[in-house]
Design a protein around this ligand. Structure first.
Ligand SMILES: *[C@@H]1O[C@H](CO)[C@@H](O)[C@H](O)[C@H]1NC(C)=O
Ligand SMILES: *[C@@H]1O[C@H](CO)[C@@H](O)[C@H](O)[C@H]1NC(C)=O
Length: 269
């Protein structure tokens, strides 16, 4: 009798617990979203751990932290999408050529506006950068051991569990250093926070503008000073020569404009 009432008490208690959990937890199912698989790692033996669309690119960057390998794939994906290995192969530590660089179980990465990728290379206790010119170590490079030292980035140390976030408005990286219970920041370089197409657009019109102003002032000097002087010397310019000169200004700057556009297109390719 005693044991069965104890049994009953336990059951009642369990029931109460379940009911109370159901009462206290609030779940709101919001409709209107759809889940679709876009990359299937089974055939390729890829374990995606982190994914990001690279700024200024149509590529997705996928990190497989088991194999310490980065893959890219055109996004949106299609049936013919090809997943390409970008960097990393076996676990290790090697900078330089993107193709042969090695990482040690990074789980997190972020990208700046210039398309550089920053890797929380956790088991190497360093922060790496993948850029067009190759892979470098930007922080933790001197010790490559666990620690919580701040200071010049190569002298700094990190735990073996941290993640990265990029803050474009402040041009810095945030480090959520889980192992050290710290949030840390690393300043980036100015060029890392300027999108390449914007810097291109910024450079080229400035150059065109300079040329335009130069031509304008040449024109002003010609019409204000040189032409009256020539007129006074020669009496009168032939009409067709006069017209050609008038057309020369807008034409020249127009040609430069289209040249600029071409150059810019080439750059962005
Ligand atoms: C990842 O590593 C495992 C062994 O650790 C290996 O079997 C697998 O083929 C690797 N995947 C790729 C895509 O290289
Ligand atoms: C950083 O590390 C280098 C190499 O170990 C050392 O020469 C330098 O004094 C260190 N700088 C600081 C500020 O700790």
């Amino acid at each position: 009798m005693a044991s069965s009432s104890a049994f009953l008490t336990v059951h009642l208690c369990l029931l109460f617990c379940i009911v109370s959990v159901h009462v206290s937890a609030k779940i709101v199912l919001e409709d209107g979203y759809t889940v679709t698989t876009i990359v299937n790692g089974h055939k390729l033996n890829i374990y995606p751990h982190s994914v990001l669309q690279l700024p200024g690119s149509s590529d997705l960057l996928i990190l497989d932290d088991d194999n310490s390998t980065f893959y890219t794939v055109q996004f949106p994906t299609s049936q013919d999408s090809v997943v390409k290995r970008l960097s990393g192969s076996r676990v290790g530590y090697s900078d330089g050529d993107v193709d042969s660089a090695k990482f040690r179980h990074p789980k997190s990465f972020t990208a700046d506006l210039n398309g550089n990728v920053y890797v929380a290379d956790r088991s190497n206790h360093v922060i790496r950068k993948i850029s067009r010119s190759g892979v470098t170590t930007i922080a933790g490079g001197f010790s490559r051991k666990e620690g919580n030292k701040d200071g010049p980035a190569q002298n700094a140390t990190f735990s073996n569990d941290f993640e990265l976030a990029f803050v474009p408005s402040k041009c810095l990286l945030l480090v959520s250093d889980h192992g050290n219970k710290l949030v840390r920041q690393i300043n980036l370089k100015k060029e890392d926070c300027t999108p390449p197409h914007q810097s291109g657009l910024g450079d080229v019109p400035a150059w065109t503008l300079g040329l335009g102003f130069g031509l304008f002032f040449l024109g002003v000097i010609y019409f204000v000073a040189v032409r009256p002087w020539i007129n006074s010397r020669t009496g009168r310019l032939p009409d067709d020569l006069n017209r050609r000169d008038m057309e020369a200004l807008p034409n020249q700057s127009g040609e430069d404009g289209s040249d600029t556009l071409l150059r810019h297109q080439k750059r962005s390719c």
